[in-house]
Structures are given as structure tokens and as C-alpha cells.
Design a protein around this ligand. Structure first.
Ligand code: AMP
Length: 277
């Protein structure tokens, strides 16, 4: 497995090698969710490149950038075992130069990025789009492989690729979960141990909502669900039913729509989503 810290070396490798390249961007502290995307990428392309970079641009001033778990040595071993061909591990100085307030950044479409997490994390999706666009320019992959776990992020990046005519196909893999249903996340390890048993309630609540009959009132169901989760100790940001493509809020339950939720448990932000069968 090749390791690149410098975009010029990465570009050189990409130019030299033939065949197709799939790219899996990550912030590291890798778990089975990330590795499932590497395996999906392997099944769709000749070579797989993963990146590990905790992107400061997508964290707000009050958010957990400093305590975000960083485990590069373990991550590299896991990537090698998963059959990843190359890893890009850039330093901040390689990714961003100059004054943060005076940089060119990407503005994501307000229809997709304004609601849900976008409403609670100002600037987050601009930071995500900016770093992913830069990584795509550096790596020039044929395929960008993302996780459905971060569903809004997936839809926004897919739209960015389309709207900016990026020559990359965007693919999402399913959410991988713990045995108790909790979606795997690098932030799960930050949960206070005494609150860990409550964490799967988020997925359980979404699963229950996703089985409600077609035609039901979404807002009423959502506020009951929010209340259940608040009672269990979550500080909820949102719980909403949205169109799976446009992410527009929906008034009535319909097949193919998606329940999305975000909330804090013990100060740790958890997100999840589930599609209506
Ligand atoms: P992150 O390291 O959290 O930025 O995530 C990197 C990629 O892995 C993103 O495309 C995520 O959506 C995806 N991912 C994170 N958690 C999971 C999971 N539990 N199952 C599948 N994909 C995931």
C-alpha cells in the first residue's frame, strides 16, 4: 500500500498507473463502516485510494475538532488489510494556505444544504464541499465512494459533482451498525460509558418511524419521536421526514422517503437516517 503526504506525488502515481480509481475520503479513526466502503470501492474499480484528514474547515468554533479521535497508525493497518492500494494523509499546511477568512470556498446549494445538519452547523457543508473538491482535484478518481450514514453529505456531494461537471461518479454504501443498531461512527468512542446503552435508541426510533403506514402525518410522528429521544437523554437538533433525493421536508409518510435525525448524547453529536420501506 502506497502512502502519500504530498499531492504532487499522489498525482504522479495516479498518472503512472492505468485503470480506474475509486476514492474513499475519511477523517480517520477507521471502523467497519469505512472499511466496508473500501471493499465496495475495490469491487467497482481497479485501484482504491483512501484519504485520512480531519478537515478543520468543516468544524464550527464550538465543535469537537480538537478532541476528534486521531489514530493514523491503526488506520493504516486496517486499510492495508482491507486491500486499499494507496492512502493520502496530508498535513494542514498542504491542504490550506493563507488566511482562513480570505480563502476561496465552495457554496453548497441552499435547498440541499440549508436544512437538517446545515441548519445546526453553519458552514459545515461548505467546509465538506471545499475539502472534497480539493481532494478530487488532487486524486482525479473515476469513482467517489461515500456512506449513506452521512446522507445529507452524500446528496450534497453528488449534486456538487453534477452541478460543477466533475468527471467523477458518486456512489454510496449502506450504513454499518453495531449489533445493537447504533450506526458506527468515530464519535461513538467519545460517548460517556454510562450513556452508551442509550445510544441505539436513535436508530430504534428511526426504525419504528420507518415502519409507520403510508399517508400518516409526518410532523406529528416526528414530534412524538423527538419527545421519546429527549426523554431518554438526547438533546435533539432535528428529526424529520424528507424526500430522499431533494431532502425537501415531507408532510405525509410515503415509501422511499427518509427519516433523518441528529442529536447530542452526553455532548457527543450522533446522526442517523432510515428509509421508509
Ligand atoms: P468520516 O470519517 O466520518 O468523515 O466518514 C468517511 C466516510 O465514511 C463518509 O462517506 C461516511 O459517510 C462513511 N461512513 C461513516 N460511518 C459509516 C457507517 N457506519 N457505515 C457506512 N459508512 C460510514
Amino acid at each position: 500500500m502506497k502512502l502519500f503526504r504530498d499531492p504532487a506525488a499522489l498525482r504522479h502515481w495516479q498518472r503512472q498507473e492505468g485503470g480506474s480509481l475509486a476514492f474513499v475520503p475519511t477523517m480517520g479513526n477507521l471502523h467497519e463502516g469505512h472499511l466496508s466502503l473500501v471493499r465496495l470501492a475495490r469491487s467497482r474499480a481497479d485501484r482504491v485510494l483512501a484519504s485520512i484528514y480531519v478537515n478543520p474547515l468543516q468544524f464550527g468554533p464550538e465543535e469537537d475538532f480538537a478532541r476528534y479521535p486521531r489514530t493514523p497508525a491503526e488506520d493504516l493497518l486496517k486499510l492495508r488489510e482491507s486491500g486499499c492500494h494507496a492512502v493520502f494523509l496530508p498535513e494542514d499546511a498542504v491542504m490550506y494556505q493563507g488566511d482562513r477568512a480570505d480563502r476561496c470556498t465552495i457554496l453548497p446549494p441552499p435547498g440541499l444544504a440549508g436544512g437538517l445538519c446545515g441548519a445546526f452547523r453553519p458552514g459545515h457543508f461548505s467546509g465538506v464541499c471545499t475539502v472534497v473538491l480539493k481532494l478530487l482535484h488532487m486524486a482525479t478518481p473515476d469513482l467517489l465512494v461515500l456512506g449513506e450514514k452521512d446522507y445529507q453529505q452524500y446528496r450534497i456531494l453528488e449534486r456538487m459533482a453534477r452541478d460543477l461537471d466533475l468527471p467523477v461518479h458518486v456512489l454510496a454504501g449502506p450504513t454499518r451498525r453495531e449489533a445493537d443498531g447504533l450506526a458506527l461512527s468515530s464519535r461513538n468512542g467519545l460517548l460517556p460509558p454510562e450513556l452508551r446503552p442509550m445510544a441505539p435508541l436513535l436508530a430504534a426510533q428511526l426504525r419504528e418511524l420507518a415502519t409507520l403506514p403510508e399517508g400518516g402525518e409526518a410532523r406529528e410522528a416526528a414530534s412524538l419521536g423527538m419527545q421519546n429521544l429527549q426523554d431518554a437523554g438526547f438533546k435533539m437538533d432535528y428529526l424529520e421526514l424528507c424526500d430522499s433525493d431533494s431532502l425537501a421536508p415531507l408532510a405525509r409518510i410515503q415509501p422511499g422517503a427518509r427519516w433523518l435525525a441528529a442529536g447530542r448524547l452526553g455532548g457527543v453529536r450522533l446522526i442517523d437516517n432510515m428509509v421508509v420501506a
